[in-house]
Design a protein around this ligand. Sequence first.
Ligand SMILES: [Fe+2]
Ligand SMILES: [Fe+2]
Length: 167
Amino acid sequence: MDDITALILEDHHAFRVGFARLDDAKTDEELRAIWEPLWLHLDIHADAEEEILYPHLLTDAGGDDAEEETDDAIGDHNKIRDGIKEANGFPVGTDGWWKGVWKARTENSDHLREEEDEVLPDFRRHATPELRHELAVKWLVFFGEHPQGRGLSFKDKDPDQYIADHT
Ligand SMILES: [Fe+2]
Ligand SMILES: [Fe+2]
């Protein structure tokens, strides 16, 4: 039976692998072939967490630090989105592109640590097995409904407003 925390960890692993592959790419074509699915996956993943995981962390499956953790997460997602947008404003392989990619990469690394060491442990301690499964199904449906990110804006969100809207 699928569990949303396992699906999230699988994505996190894919992000680490994707960024590492950029290190080995030899041509702009290779960089583009790695970067395009990677940035789309990063943006869709952040939207999926904001739609499916964090609303529950804030209500029925979080601990005392849920609001602070959510505030950090939305802020981190914004920084990752900003790095991606910055990179995509330049041709692949140029200095400007690498600068944006590095921002997305380093912000993402910091964020994965916080989710894996703070958010997911709290969620696992408070969510029922049924909820973990139910959200796993929603997660898979979300990705199916937004192929290549279709229908998603990837816009930054105000953390305070997000928390107010979900509590
Ligand atoms: Fe995540
Ligand atoms: Fe996240």
